[in-house]
Write a protein that binds this ligand. Structure first.
Ligand code: EPS
Length: 392
């Protein structure tokens, strides 16, 4: 099974990710992984750190002469900030010692307080360094490998921002296709609807002026997904459940929806489902709509996969006004100020793509198997061939 593990703290030396279970013979270069990671730093409203973090990568294992060996792939991502100055060296030193400046004015909405209580810490930094969304850089490196694997069977995963604060995309606007992803990425908020994008930028400017933060919603789209990934037979094999868990694990995501999930709940049953017809042109069963987001009964249907993620406004504010308690004195306080982003919704879209790609790649591997990419492709196309005439 395809799985991955990340390590590293936000202001430490580096992040590390190990991806296990990739077949041999997958073509991948450092530049491809780097390009994907660059996409994660896009987006109007990010803080000063994004201007100097360059996500300097090293492929430590699992790749030789531009292709995977079937062994674990290990990638190191250096934190530029560690190397450009000694600002964090004493604070994040792994050698025995103590901090001179414990953070005790815990931020509401962050992992600070619950993490301190759970692990018995007296300094919120012991929690926030790992809770930070900096960790998503490592996930995106893993996701670049998953996407490369999916491309070998013609699957593409993209995303776009559909809401920022109160500014939303008109639901009638056409969704972007993989060919249009560059246009999404070129937009300052990664939004495909230009009028909505302008309103989103204005909303970010307003929030920034107030030292405040903004949340929003992204939509991830999976193209070319085969029928039958996931399964109806067990709760923990249902692909909609796996996707939801993976996307919900992204820092600050508070809601995940498959297709029109919440809207469908308010409809009558007669207008809440995707009608099925036989398409004589493609000789395939097709759905007439995407309400179910490309999954039924915990399995993919072969239709467009639609996963939406709602991100709360970041809990760190540039002008902290949130009421809290100083854990050292138990006195009332305002949460501490840290340098931060106004919004990270555009970047979260790239991370959500990553998590969807990792789940789809793992499930495609489970269904099609294969120690080499060639075997994986062969098995996938053999299965596809069984669907001619509708399958059995
Ligand atoms: C983050 C806070 C900011 C972001 C960071 C995530 O970092 P800092 O506190 O160092 O300014 O820039 O994101 C990244 C560094 C990144 O590469 O995405 C947080 O608290 O989650």
């Amino acid at each position: 099974m395809l799985r991955f593990l990340t390590a590293g703290e936000s202001h430490g030396q580096a992040l590390v990710v190990i991806v296990e279970g990739l077949p041999a013979g997958l073509h991948i270069t450092l530049e491809e992984i780097q390009a994907e990671m660059g996409r994660r730093r896009l987006g109007y409203g990010r803080g000063p750190r994004q201007r100097f973090e360059v996500d300097e990568l090293a492929l430590i294992g699992g790749v030789r002469h531009g292709r995977t060996l079937g062994s674990p792939v290990a990638i190191e991502i250096k934190n530029t900030e560690w190397f450009r100055s000694d600002k964090w060296h004493a604070e994040m030193d792994p050698a025995p010692g103590a901090t001179a400046a414990a953070l005790t004015q815990v931020r509401p909405g962050h992992a600070d307080l619950a993490g301190m209580q759970k692990y018995g810490f007296t300094d919120a930094r012991d929690v926030l360094e790992r809770a930070s969304a900096r960790e998503t850089a490592a996930r995106v490196a893993a996701g670049a490998l998953a996407k490369a694997l999916l491309r070998t069977i013609d699957i593409e995963i993209i995303s776009h921002v559909i809401q920022m604060g109160a500014a939303r995309v008109d639901p009638e606007t056409a969704r972007p296709t993989p060919d249009e992803l560059d246009r999404v990425d070129e937009n300052p908020v990664r939004c495909f609807d230009i009028a909505a994008a302008d309103a989103m930028v204005a909303a970010i400017k307003d929030a920034a002026k107030e030292g405040d933060s903004l949340g929003g919603v992204v939509e991830v789209l999976g193209f070319g997904i085969p029928v039958g990934l996931g399964s109806h037979v067990h709760w923990d094999r249902k692909i909609d459940a796996l996707l939801t868990q993976a996307v919900m694990s992204i820092q600050a995501v508070k809601g995940v929806e498959i297709g029109d999930g919440f809207d469908v709940a308010g409809r009558l049953g007669s207008v809440a489902h995707d009608a099925i017809h036989w398409d004589t042109e493609t000789e395939r069963y097709r759905r007439r709509s995407t309400l179910a987001g490309g999954t039924e009964g915990g399995m993919t249907t072969g239709e467009l996969l639609v996963v939406r993620a709602a991100m709360k406004p970041l809990a760190t504010l540039n002008r902290p006004t949130l009421e809290t308690v100083d854990t050292a004195t138990k006195e009332s306080a305002v949460s501490f100020k840290e340098r931060t982003d106004v919004t990270a919704v555009p970047a979260m879209g790239v991370v959500a793509e990553t998590m969807v790609a990792l789940v789809v790649a793992a499930e495609a591997q489970r269904k099609f198997g294969g120690d080499s990419v060639a075997e994986f492709q062969r098995n996938a196309s053999n299965f596809e061939a069984t669907l001619i005439d509708g399958g059995r």
